[in-house]
Design a protein around this ligand. Structure first.
Ligand code: HEM
Length: 529
């Protein structure tokens, strides 16, 4: 995952102030003594090597980052990065204080994800940032540990039996949970709003738990309501992303050592995430002892006898399956609310493709494949709102990027999918428009190179859940658009405001008003039992 869609306004003053307010006096003394020592050491080392420490750069970009003055003009850090990247011909910018080279240049993206893949691993610094949350899960490792998890999970997700099972899970979640919930909202008073982002998170979480772990989260025996665990998951994602956006990693490391401030919050959140994962593993074992177990987690359990490692795998799949899908669906309905003609075109296509069926049944994967317009609308949505806004690697050795930028060993290199989707040089002068037709040729969806559209990444570590995610999202879109009109209230797709996290999340959720399109009683869609 991209380590941080975080809007970090991390000046040294702000960091010091925040720290001071979170520390007990005696702890503060120890902390400031250590910080002063670190600072003095860095200054000394910096002067001996006759160059500034990386977090002490005074160039315009770094000053803007450190003083957070970009926030005067832009709503989100990612919008400022997109602006910077548009302004340079090579579409590559070095933010020295973060030791981060950002790129929106397709040949450079291909270079790092495919041609020189071996030189651009996740790397030790990335793993350190996310180690507490993701451990040795697939997103946070390289080499053998990565290959082992990838091979096993990719084979499982590609199996026809799992695909059929996944389609049934999605259909049942739509029929029995999501649609009745929306019917309920449509029946309530007109002034009552629903947070659609929250609804899609619950939908995607239930789907991934059933598909990957063979478990309904509703059956878990937990000490707290599921919402507490969901909040903990979000907090862990947001606080881990903050680490990645900090210019001085020594600060979060010290805070972690002293267990204060945000690091204390992170530890508490991860404690709940651990409890959730432990319960998933316990229930899976219990079910396995009474037969059954053809799911992804059971496969991993067959080869791994280490509960900590299993925990990391469970957490990674929860993150992969919940937040990405929920992010894309939320953005989709925000865009649709601003573009009713796209909703009409989707309804036309659904009636064309499902002509002999009842339009209110859940579309099968085969029918969904024939819905090219729905596909283009979804791709177009993720061009403007990629769930993983950016993704970083660390150069294992010195290198020169295709645009001529020199990258020293150990430098973080980030491809910025959000900026690329809004780049005139990649998508033309109407790049800011939501125009699904740009993906259609002769009525059929035609994909782009993954290096121009790295929404699912590309190359050697391309997303292995892509087909599953697309089926799930298309099924949800068709089911909702056929039955309801969704009006986003107080939000515009032109001025999105993101919250920090590993995946793109709208700050304050997506409040919507739901209106029923046909007279239809929600509960009747779900067969009894
Ligand atoms: C809209 C939906 C999704 C999007 C946009 C998306 C995007 C991505 C991206 C950008 C990566 C690269 C992340 C990195 O290297 O840090 C990735 C990797 C991955 N995704 Fe997805 N993903 C989606 C849904 C899913 C789902 C539903 C699953 C679960 C079954 C999944 C499983 C994975 C896994 C296991 C990897 C790691 C691949 C590797 O490192 O070899 N994804 N995805």
């Amino acid at each position: 995952m991209g380590a941080g869609a975080a809007d970090a306004s991390c000046t040294l003053h702000v960091a010091a102030h925040a720290l001071a307010s979170s520390l007990q006096p005696q702890v503060a003394a120890v902390f400031f003594a250590s910080a002063a020592f670190t600072l003095a050491l860095a200054v000394l080392l910096g002067s001996l090597r006759l160059r500034r420490p990386p977090w002490w750069c005074a160039c315009a970009v770094c000053e803007c980052y450190l003083s957070a003055s970009w926030a005067g003009e832009f709503d989100n850090l990612c919008d400022w990065y997109a602006h910077l990247l548009r302004a340079v011909p090579g579409r590559t910018v070095h933010v020295h204080v973060l030791g981060n080279v950002l790129t929106a240049n397709p040949p450079t993206v291909e270079h790092m994800l495919r041609a020189r893949f071996d030189n651009y691993p996740k790397g030790a610094p990335f793993s350190a940032i996310l180690a507490d949350f993701l451990g040795r899960g697939i997103f946070n490792v390289d080499g053998d540990a990565w290959l082992f998890q990838r091979k096993l999970a990719a084979a499982e997700l590609a199996s026809p039996a799992i695909r059929a099972f996944a389609a049934n899970v999605v259909a049942s979640e739509l029929r029995c949970r999501l649609i009745p919930l929306l019917h309920g909202s449509a029946s309530s008073s007109a002034s009552k709003l629903l947070d659609l982002q929250d609804v899609f998170r619950r939908f995607a979480f239930d789907c991934i738990c059933k598909i990957s772990f063979g478990l309904d989260p509703g059956c878990l025996e937990l000490s707290l309501p599921m919402s507490a665990f969901a909040d903990a998951f979000d907090a862990a994602s947001m606080l881990s992303a903050r680490r990645a956006a900090a210019p001085m990693h020594v600060l979060w490391k010290l805070k972690r050592l002293l267990n204060v401030g945000e690091e204390r919050e992170l530890r508490d959140a991860i404690g709940l995430v651990d409890a959730l994962a432990a319960e998933v593993i316990r229930q899976r074992r219990k079910l396995a002892s009474s037969g059954g177990g053809d799911d992804l987690l059971s496969r991993f359990m067959g080869s791994i006898n280490d509960d900590k490692y299993l925990r990391d795998i469970v957490v990674s799949f929860m993150l992969a399956g919940r937040d990405t899908v929920a992010s894309a669906l939320t953005a989709f309905f925000l865009l649709l609310s601003d573009h009713p003609r796209v909703a009409d075109a989707i309804r036309d296509e659904v009636s064309r493709v499902t002509k002999e069926d009842n339009p209110l049944t859940i579309a099968t994967p085969e029918k969904l494949k024939d819905m090219h317009y729905v596909h283009t609308a979804l791709y177009e949505c993720m061009r403007l709102f990629p769930p993983v806004q950016f993704d970083s690697k660390f150069a294992a050795g010195d290198d020169t990027l295709p645009d001529g930028t020199f990258v020293a060993r150990g430098t973080r290199v980030t491809y910025h999918a959000y900026a690329m989707g809004r780049m005139e040089s990649v998508w033309g002068s109407d790049c800011a428009e939501f125009r699904p037709e740009r993906w259609l040729r002769g009525g059929r969806f035609v994909p782009e190179s993954p290096y121009r559209y790295p929404v699912f990444q590309g190359g050697v570590r391309v997303c292995i859940g892509k087909e599953l995610a697309i089926m799930e999202m298309k099924a949800a879109i068709v089911a909702v658009v056929q039955r309801f009109d969704i009006e986003a209230v107080g939000r515009s797709s032109r001025r999105p405001k993101f919250a920090p996290g590993l995946t793109a999340t709208f700050a304050g959720g997506l409040p919507v008003r739901v209106r029923r399109r046909r007279e239809h009683v929600g509960g009747q869609e779900c067969p009894p039992g």
